[in-house]
Design a protein around this ligand. Structure first.
Ligand code: PLP
Length: 337
């Protein structure tokens, strides 16, 4: 069986992006966020490729994700960012993964195990993490990494330095400190501490202007032509008849739609074939129409590359680069090169 749509995944680009981020992390170790199934690319495949480059620290959100990854390669650490619930404890105690303790409740839950853990301090994002004044609750825990997370790393905000200074000031018996996500790495070595945690930029996202030209696209959606047709002048295409042909035009119907994560935001805005084929009319659940006047021979069964450079696709659709990756659906065959 072969699916009529595929996600071509460039393993060399992934590896090069990690090496670049590791270099930008200076003396800090560089890890990898592989939550949400490796931002939609396939977490296991990402881990295996990055381990070969020297990556040793990985991050998922939940214990389900940790379990789904399977056995970690020798010498690798896995941290579960959402910490540990009562209902996770049986799995967590047997796992080599470490919970990232976020609250007094989680710290109290983990303390009796005596097992290794990480902790998250909230230095201003007010999302997950212990308040700095509760840092004393971490005393006596077997603490590997103390983390915090930046709220505005993709902007030039005064909050960045404040959060950096707040983490630096925390006197907690952890072996390492960690603050920077992809955008945080771009802020400079003062933000790297001992360990960085990039996600988006590994997968081809450009988190800040400084990263432009340094991050390579990793995920390339491609769809097969189901049917080629001629649409006469004056006729419409697709649901709602929102597109009306001004002249006779050549159209390819492609096997991709919003159920695959190619969302309706691309209607009238997306392109394929390196800008040559505009998306015409609405995006259907399983199909789109593209104009192919420029391509006289394209026909049934041919593969068309959907334009999906993350910064460009984000501009066209109004979706974030994060959303563009994590919505990509299960009908794609994921093919690594
Ligand atoms: C998702 C996540 C990251 C990775 O962030 P990117 O912006 O994708 O680089 C790092 N740290 C934490 C705590 C996260 O939740």
């Amino acid at each position: 069986m072969s699916a009529p749509l595929r996600l071509r995944l460039d393993g060399d680009a992934l590896a090069a992006n990690w090496r670049r981020l590791a270099k930008m992390s200076g003396g800090a170790a560089c890890g990898a966020a592989v939550k949400a199934d490796g931002y939609g690319l396939g977490a296991r495949a990402v881990v295996e490729r990055l381990v070969r480059e020297g990556c040793r620290d990985f991050f998922v959100a939940t214990w389900d994700e940790a379990e789904a990854l399977g056995a970690m390669p020798e010498g690798c650490a896995l941290s579960v960012l959402h910490g540990v619930r009562d209902e996770d404890m049986a799995v967590a105690i047997r796992s080599i993964a470490r919970p990232v303790l976020n609250s007094p409740e989680q710290a109290a839950r983990w303390r009796p195990t005596g097992r290794p853990c990480d902790a998250m301090a909230d230095t201003g994002i007010n999302r997950l993490g212990l308040q700095p004044e509760d840092a004393g609750l971490l005393a006596g825990l077997n603490l590997e990494t103390l983390m915090s997370h930046l709220a505005c790393a993709d902007e030039d905000s005064a909050m960045n330095a404040r959060q950096r200074d707040a983490l630096a000031a925390l006197d907690v018996p952890a072996k390492r400190k960690s603050l920077a996500n992809s955008a945080g790495i771009c802020l400079g070595e003062g933000f790297a501490f001992d360990l960085t945690r990039p996600g988006l930029a590994l997968y081809g996202g450009v988190p800040r202007a400084e990263a432009h030209g340094h991050v390579a696209q990793v995920a390339f959606p491609e769809a097969q032509v189901v049917q080629r047709r001629r649409v006469p002048a004056g006729e419409s295409i697709g649901y709602g008849a929102t597109f009306i042909a001004q002249a006779d035009i050549e159209v390819a119907i492609l096997n991709i739609g919003y159920a695959d994560g190619y969302l309706r935001a691309f209607a009238g805005a997306g392109t394929a074939g390196r800008g040559r084929f505009p998306v015409l009319g609405r995006v259907s659940m399983d199909l789109i129409a593209v104009g192919i006047d420029a391509e006289p021979t394209l026909g049934e069964g041919d593969w068309v590359a959907i334009d999906y450079s993350l910064p460009g696709a984000a501009r066209a659709s109004g979706l974030s680069q994060y959303e563009l990756l994590t919505v990509l659906g299960q009908r794609f065959e994921r093919v690594w090169s």
